[in-house]
Design a protein. Structure first.
Length: 129
């Protein structure tokens, strides 16, 4: 099981436990689950990742928008940021790549060197840096 699959399972539990509560409160529960799966990252980068997907969720004007979409948003990012690069089949959007690059640049000093090296290698290989 990948980190993203384990995350999504826990995020769905958090959503079910928050049924009947405001979406903002459920989003906070999803944020806490996300942060637990990004524990190796600096806090600023965790917040940047959550805020990126939360804003994307809020801006989505789909009539059938579901809080589950917020939980699904960062799944590939979780695997990427946990160094499970080989498990990532889907490409990120231009906005996601930009957020990754900016986030790594801003937080490089506080990141685990092994993980930083691995992420930078992928950015260079994909010509995103």
């Amino acid at each position: 099981m990948t980190a993203s699959e384990a995350y999504y399972k826990k995020a769905k539990e958090a959503i079910r436990q928050g049924e009947g509560k405001p979406d903002e409160q459920i989003a906070g529960n999803i944020r806490e689950v996300l942060f637990s799966f990004l524990k190796e990252l600096p806090d600023n980068l965790k917040h940047d990742i959550f805020n990126f997907y939360f804003e994307k969720f809020l801006d989505d004007e789909a009539a059938d928008k579901s809080i589950y979409q917020l939980a699904e948003g960062p799944m590939a990012m979780i695997d990427f940021m946990n160094g499970q690069v080989a498990t990532i089949d889907a490409e990120f959007s231009e906005e996601e790549w930009e957020m990754i690059k900016e986030g790594i640049n801003a937080n490089a000093e506080d990141m685990d060197l092994r993980l930083l090296n691995q992420l930078m290698t992928v950015l260079v290989e994909k010509k995103r840096y």
